[in-house]
Design a protein around this ligand. Structure first.
Ligand code: NHR
Ligand code: GAR
Length: 216
């Protein structure tokens, strides 16, 4: 087994993705281990999930800082205290400064609820329905300075049905998120997923513009 890969998870809310990581990665065979969960909101349910699993938690309230630079500097300090090999955003709702993103270049992942590059930003399920899109999904990508624009690692596609609402779409997309995020983290922890100037690669092969595509 490769060397252990310590992971810090950043979140702001429910932590469904965190739970999927705990369930999928915290077994003896996995090289990835979540060493800490950091939230910008003290009331995030994800903190409770972490505590239940015996994972260290930390709250950094962004409203207590004067501006994004100061918050991100404190966030870097809190994260680096755990010396993680990988940092993952799991429903983390604060835009990160270029300095933060550069500090974790090549070891910072996000999951976004759309088939990027479609529907960057917020309220993606509503926007797909408004546009009459036939397909929707989620994407894991390396985080760069370009919001929701970093190199893609893996995407899962779901079809949009006539009766779908933002809530039913969210439910379908979440179920896929809980499969592809642990998968991507496992690839990284095994040393198979890398980022270089040409983009993301898996086992040394470029993943291409849409990453690894999965249709469930
Ligand atoms: N930071 C950078 N530099 N690059 C990315 O790709 C990032 C990022 C920070 C977060 C997650 C992202 C998503 O998957 C993410 C990707 C929050 C906002 C946002 O507008 C946008 C995108 C994402 C996360 N946040 C508001 C802000 O002012 C606050 C919204 C709120 O608190 O509800 O930071 O969608
Ligand atoms: C997920 O759908 C994730 O893709 C999305 O928030 C949800 C978090 O759910 N992320 C963003 O929208 C980032 N802006 P969770 O807390 O249950 O993992």
């Amino acid at each position: 087994m490769p060397q252990r890969c310590d992971v810090v998870v950043l979140l702001s809310g429910t932590g469904g993705n965190l739970q999927a990581m705990i369930d999928s990665l915290h077994e003896r065979a996995s090289p990835a281990r979540i060493c800490a969960v950091i939230s910008n909101r003290a009331d995030a349910f994800g903190l409770e999930r972490a505590a239940r699993a015996g994972i260290a938690t930390h709250v950094l309230d962004h409203t207590a800082y004067e501006g994004r630079e100061a918050f991100d500097a404190a966030l870097i300090q809190a994260i680096d205290a755990f010396q993680p090999a990988l940092v993952v955003l799991a429903g983390f709702m604060r835009i990160l400064t270029p300095g933060f993103v550069r500090h974790y270049h090549g070891r910072l992942l996000n999951i976004h609820p759309s088939l990027l590059p479609l529907y960057k930003g917020l309220h993606t399920h509503q926007r797909v329905l408004d546009a009459g899109g036939a397909e929707h999904g989620c994407s894991v990508h390396f985080v760069t300075e370009e919001l929701d624009g970093g190199p893609l690692v893996v995407q899962a596609v779901v079809s949009v049905e006539l009766h779908d609402t933002p809530a039913t779409l969210a439910q379908k997309v979440h179920a896929r998120e809980h499969l592809i995020y642990p998968l991507a983290i496992r690839w990284f922890a095994e040393g198979r997923l890398t980022l270089d100037e040409h983009g993301a690669s898996l086992d040394g092969e470029p993943l291409g513009p849409s990453g690894h595509l999965i249709r469930y």
